[in-house]
Design a protein around this ligand. Sequence first.
Ligand code: ASP
Ligand code: MG
Length: 461
Amino acid sequence: MHENRVVLKFGGTSVGSSENMGKAIDKVLKAREHYDEVAVVLSAISGVTNLLLYAGRSALYKRPKDTLLQIKEKHYEACDIIPDTKLKMQTIIEIDERLAELEKILTGVFYVGEVTPRSLDYIVSFGERLSTLIVTRALKARGYKAEQIDAAEIVVTDSHFMNATVDFEATEKRAEEKIVPLLGQGVIPIITGFIGASKNGQRTTLGRGGSDYSAAIFGDVLDANEVWIMTDVDGVMSVDPNIVPEAYLIPELTYMEAMELAYFGAKVIHPKTIEAAMRKNIPILIKNTFSTSAGTRVTLKREEDEFCVKSISILKDASIVEIRGYGIGMSARVLKEIFQNMEEGQINVMMVTQGSSQANVSFVVPTDDVKNVKRILLREYYERFNIIDNIAVVSIVGEGMSRKAGMAARFFNAIADKHINNDMISQGSSEVSINVAIREADMKVAVQAIHDEFLSVKACQ
Ligand code: ASP
Ligand code: MG
């Protein structure tokens, strides 16, 4: 582990305008007061990745002039953060050049009549390449040493376009060659999040929201002391404050808890981020670019975490699929077939339970996937199924919960006391969560009751 090195990652909102970029830059400079070496990873300006994907897809049948104009305007505005007029003009010219290149690619899509995942990755890479250009120039104009780094030159991936997997060893080698020397000279590398390149140099991306993952990858390959995910909320809350007004910031989470929360709906951090951070046990801090809140620190389990409930997560817009068995019930083979079909149909199955008689199986899916689920079930002749819409999955998350007796009982009693029926229950496979599926109409009351039961006293802090 390096003595004094930190990776700071800023999300789309944190670079979303010239004003916000200014706040992000202040945080970078503040971090330099405490750390000898600071590396920065950036997302695209908020909304730009979506616009780029839209441009790429719509280029099949039209010239996406308006979309390109929107992208251009967002970047022009952001350039106001560059205090030196000459440098600002130069940056605007470069933005124009890059967007002219993008326009050519989009024209190519139009004429070829095809847009592949590979070309979409090339197209979306413009977002991070432009945000990092502007922030690098802003730092330079203020007299700091900064260098824009295109992660395609560092992060080596497989060729799974739009959701590539990283080769950490190869990436580490390149980071040592190209980034470590810069850090040693006091340069602040401004690195594109979200993107990498395959071994033969084709641009790839790490999946939507993947710049968190990039931050953890750079934390790992640079042996950083910490990775800070700078976002637009104070950290992870005990529950959504829009539902429970007494919600509070959780100061400490374990990797497993953070992963479970990410999986069950808390949008603060990309789940793969935790996997990468765990490789070398690098702590992750989730902090707010726009406040001085201490944030949430994510680390390996500590003794104090043993019997804690930390947080409640809520996943809305879900549906339950119930399939009833035939004759002797559902054999393991039938179950396997069902879930294999779901996987092939790219259905996100979130919770599964099987009746003890083996005569039925139920699972929870996003309501958006229900149409496809029905199609698959009918194709496979599973006519005896039932779908319940307007479901919310509520989970309590806390490490060590599985070993403390009575947690599940308290959880279900809290709900039952409010006369709320639960449609399905399960314990997370990692044993750090207990989940219940209830009607969305009951969600608010249930969540308040669960918060009162487990989190009204700030235990485990
Ligand atoms: N810009 C990318 C996206 O919107 C990556 C990220 O923001 O994390 O998905
Ligand atoms: Mg994000």
